[in-house]
Design a protein around this ligand. Structure first.
Ligand SMILES: *[C@@H]1O[C@H](CO)[C@@H](O)[C@H](O)[C@H]1NC(C)=O
Ligand SMILES: *[C@@H]1O[C@H](CO)[C@@H](O)[C@H](O)[C@H]1NC(C)=O
Ligand SMILES: *[C@@H]1O[C@H](CO)[C@@H](O)[C@H](O)[C@H]1NC(C)=O
Ligand SMILES: *[C@@H]1O[C@H](CO)[C@@H](O)[C@H](O)[C@H]1NC(C)=O
Length: 360
């Protein structure tokens, strides 16, 4: 075909093609388009992650490559609108506090380069891009994930399962990851506390720690964990996600806990370590030593507002500690005296029955 002779014709073909691409990008609903692969490579946003081949580098693969460390390890946090937008009264957001902790923490600043923010709605995505982070837009059919998902509401549970499905995709692609909720603040570099052994498949934080890192009596919390990508963990996440439609009203964490008690870890010969709250702490159980604390999770708390308020207090405690350390190097010997966390008052109150609205 000799089209180069006629540049006008050429132009027409190009613009037709271009408008075709635009049409597909803008108008096609996710997952129903036979040209899905084409669409993924042609558009900025990806609509599906079920089509992976070694040839196609889709949006997710591209962003994982950019964000991951040389050893294919990445830090993943999922955000929605409620975590990135200030209400009228608020002076900050959960995402901002989370990011601030990477600045205030010890050995955490460089980790920001390896943080992948997964946005479940457009506002969260825009906010992430504005902050010049690594961002990925996770799309789901027929659900609006934008508003705050109150603990255990139907949409909250749906969002959790979508997250599990996404994370399964990430390990299938060969990436290890730390998953962190954005209501976990990072005060020290967690990699220094996590086991580096290749044989440890999963390291998971807990609400309360029973003293034994191998004991499955520990009350797991999926707000912070490290997974190595291998066949065993892929099986685990596949089984876990497979329970989605057989677990009405249960969130993914409860289902994992159930699978654990039913002996799935043993069956898969999965090596799991539970992380001591001395390092990986939370509001359910404070770290006993501010000299060692690595992360603080606002667990045992019900609303974003309350979490933000009490995490701000933790950051204040932390700044006070850092300042005191500079001023008085001799305070080191008595750690009990130094480790004093503010009370988590807003979170405590978040469980009280509502008196003026229906938000609970
Ligand atoms: C990957 O590399 C980083 C930076 O060198 C290191 O801190 C981390 O422990 C490594 N991760 C694993 C899983 O080995
Ligand atoms: C994982 O499974 C694949 C396919 O079954 C197999 O080829 C591979 O050797 C396995 N890898 C490991 C580390 O077991
Ligand atoms: C789904 O739940 C039912 C009732 O609890 C159980 O009998 C069945 O084995 C479950 N199916 C799967 C695939 O786990
Ligand atoms: C450290 O301080 C705490 C609280 O003030 C006190 O109870 C404890 O006895 C002190 N420990 C030492 C070794 O001085």
């Amino acid at each position: 075909m000799d089209i180069s002779k006629n540049s006008l014709y050429n132009f027409g073909v190009v613009s037709l093609l271009f408008s075709g691409v635009l049409y597909i990008c803008i108008w096609s609903p996710p997952n129903t388009n036979p040209l899905l692969l084409f669409q993924e490579s042609a558009c900025l946003r990806s609509t599906s992650f079920t089509h992976t081949t070694d040839v196609v580098i889709d949006d997710l693969e591209a962003v994982l490559q950019k964000a991951s460390m040389p050893n294919k390890t990445v830090i993943i946090a999922v955000v929605n609108k409620a975590y990135v937008e200030q209400t009228v009264e608020a002076d900050t957001t959960m995402l901002d506090i989370f990011l601030e902790s990477f600045w205030l923490g010890v050995g955490t600043r460089q980790l920001l380069d390896h943080l992948l923010i997964v946005a479940v709605d457009q506002t969260a995505y825009d906010r992430c891009m504005f902050k010049r982070l690594h961002c990925y837009r996770l799309v789901t059919d027929g659900v609006d994930f934008a508003s705050e998902k109150v603990y255990m509401s139907r949409d909250f549970i749906k969002m959790m399962w979508r997250r599990t499905q996404f994370l399964l995709d990430v390990i299938k692609r060969g990436y290890n990851f730390i998953f962190t909720d954005t209501d976990v603040i990072w005060l020290r570099n967690p990699f220094t506390r996590l086991s580096k052994k290749e044989t440890v498949d999963l390291q998971m934080s807990v609400d309360t720690y029973n003293g034994d890192p191998r004991s499955q009596e520990n009350l797991i919390n999926t707000g912070f964990y490290f997974v190595r990508s291998n066949n065993k963990t892929i099986s685990l996440f596949t089984t876990w996600y497979g329970m989605k439609d057989n677990s009405t009203g249960k969130k993914d964490q409860d289902v994992l806990l159930e699978l654990m008690t039913q002996g799935l870890f043993k069956k898969l010969r999965l090596r799991v370590r539970f992380l001591p709250t001395l390092y990986f702490s939370g509001f359910c159980e404070n770290s006993k030593d501010i000299w060692l604390v690595t992360t603080v999770h606002s667990n045992c708390c019900r609303h974003v507002d309350a979490k933000v308020q009490d995490l701000k207090a933790v950051l204040r405690d932390w700044k006070r500690f850092k300042e005191a350390k500079v001023k008085s190097p001799i305070m080191a010997p008595n750690r009990t005296m130094v480790t004093r966390w503010s009370e988590h008052i807003a979170c405590f109150n978040s469980w009280k029955p509502p008196n003026n609205n229906l938000r609970n």
